[in-house]
Design a protein around this ligand. Structure first.
Ligand code: SAM
Length: 217
């Protein structure tokens, strides 16, 4: 069973995502194990401090290396072969082909969610990959970690209901976006479902869909 462990100051953010729909089912079916590790538990002193001001000056606070280091060590004890990913806007841009590769790999993953202005760079000594979800800045690494975990978990064989659902999706061949889809009713506010989709002619439907699929930029 593939393990996903998330190091975060806000574990409660994950309950909504981990306890519903496909993520919940994947755990119930023993396909994956999804857990959070509260960074605060590895904080320093009585107040369990996890952040401090940056050397050299500058606005904001950074996650200190020691609590992060100890949290990663703890996660590694649970899953020694796991790869460590840190969420950062400067990382490798996440995409479907990488999600596919990660879903097929034999090992689990440990996610480090940054907060504030980021983290002490020395944690990189324990990190295998820096990952970004796009060229914008979010408040923390929690939403990126959820996005990445979701994109991997749904590709693990047996997780999605129809085994083919992920095969015909956007980006699954690396370049095409899915064709437009319709369901009942046939007419809504004067807008009709394209005739060919009602024809029952599978060859024509396949041709129409291929034509309607757009190239990803
Ligand atoms: N000072 C950092 C910078 O300029 O790159 C931004 C820090 S951001 C406010 C806090 C944390 O959110 C980051 O350390 C990272 O973990 C996460 N984060 C923000 N945007 C992200 C993105 N596009 N991809 C992945 N993680 C992101």
């Amino acid at each position: 069973m593939k393990k996903f462990q998330v190091i975060t100051l806000f574990p409660e953010m994950f309950t909504g995502v981990f306890e519903h729909s496909m993520m919940w089912k994947a755990q119930k079916d023993s396909k994956v194990e999804l857990t959070t590790i509260n960074l605060r538990e590895f904080g320093m002193g009585k107040r369990r401090t996890v952040d401090d001001t940056p050397y050299g000056g500058g606005d904001g606070m950074l996650l200190m290396v020691e609590p992060l280091w100890k949290a990663v060590e703890y996660a590694k004890q649970q899953d020694p072969g796991a790869k460590v990913l840190i969420m950062t806007p400067r990382g490798m841009r996440w995409k479907q082909s990488i999600a596919q590769k990660y879903s097929e790999s034999p090992h689990g993953y440990i996610f480090i969610c940054g907060r504030y202005e980021g983290y002490d760079e020395r944690i990189m000594a324990l990190v295998d990959e820096e990952v970004s979800v796009g060229d914008y800045v979010l408040t923390g690494g929690e939403l990126p970690a959820m996005t990445i975990i979701d994109s991997i978990v749904r590709l693990i064989p047996g997780v999605l209901g129809g085994e083919t659902s992920a095969v015909i999706e956007s980006f699954s061949d690396g370049e095409t976006l899915e064709f437009p889809q319709y369901t009942r009713p046939v007419e809504w506010q004067g807008m009709q479902v394209p005739e060919v989709l009602l024809s029952g002619n599978h060859g024509e439907i396949a041709k129409w869909r291929a034509k309607q699929s757009r190239k990803a930029e």
